[in-house]
Design a protein around this ligand. Structure first.
Ligand SMILES: C[S@@+](CC[C@H](N)C(=O)[O-])C[C@H]1O[C@@H](n2cnc3c(N)ncnc32)[C@H](O)[C@@H]1O
Length: 207
């Protein structure tokens, strides 16, 4: 099943699934890494039902939330209603529907391991940043839990931090850092035989 079809299918259950995978501590770490300021404009790429968007909203930011899945965006709209601070857009990682150099921050939580070409997705996220804008990616470290591919449609079994660092640098970002987010992503296989606990990294860079 393709990624869009998968997320359209699980959209209604995503918030419950998400809570079992990882906690709010991940987005707190992402927002503190960026040093978000109220009134600024952030992009939430692969926004899903608005996990990061919600955190940014509470911090007083305006948000452009982008996702390929109409159903995930539909769930987000149900949750936040016609909130003037959020602009929801349907779009793909390969061609993010946001103008060049237009946002102060770009966030992507648990998005990168679902995209076909992670390096191009990072280049796209760097493209939309204003000069001085900050990109923050939170995602999985390299792992060997195959069931996340077969049961949760993951495209990549996490990433080496050295690769992520290189991709941010190649996208023209400065002050690139990749650290531990201090949180693990946890999941059990359907059979109950396998149990994953994967460390999460936080990668950041400034345009
Ligand atoms: C694991 S969910 C994470 C959602 C949200 N960021 C969160 O933390 O709850 C991954 C999201 O990325 C979106 N996604 C995956 N591949 C994408 C692509 N190529 N272009 C746009 N969105 C994509 C999916 O539709 C899904 O909503």
């Amino acid at each position: 099943m393709g990624s869009k079809k998968y997320f359209d299918k699980v959209a209604e259950q995503w918030d419950t699934m998400r809570k079992s995978f990882f906690s709010e501590a991940v987005r707190d770490k992402a927002m503190s890494t960026a040093g978000v300021l109220p009134g600024r404009l952030a992009a939430d790429i692969g926004a899903g039902t608005g996990f990061v968007t919600e955190g940014l909203l509470h911090k007083g930011l305006k948000i452009i939330a982008v996702d390929q899945s109409e159903e995930m965006i539909h769930q987000m709209k149900n949750k936040f209603g016609d909130f003037s601070m959020i602009d929801c857009r349907i779009g793909k990682a390969e061609a993010i529907p946001i103008e060049d150099g237009s946002v102060d921050y770009a966030f992507a939580n648990m998005f990168l391991h679902h995209v076909e070409r992670p390096q191009s997705a990072i280049r796209e996220m760097a493209r939309i940043l204003k000069p001085g804008g900050i990109l923050v990616i939170t995602d999985l470290d390299k792992h060997d839990f195959e069931f996340l591919k077969t049961e949760h449609n993951d495209r990549w079994m996490g990433f080496r931090r050295s690769d992520v660092k290189r991709w941010l640098v190649k996208s023209g970002l400065k002050d690139v850092k990749v650290d531990c987010a201090g949180e693990n992503c946890c999941a059990k296989s359907r059979s109950g035989c396998e149990s994953a606990s994967i460390s999460i990294f936080v990668a950041s860079g400034r345009k």
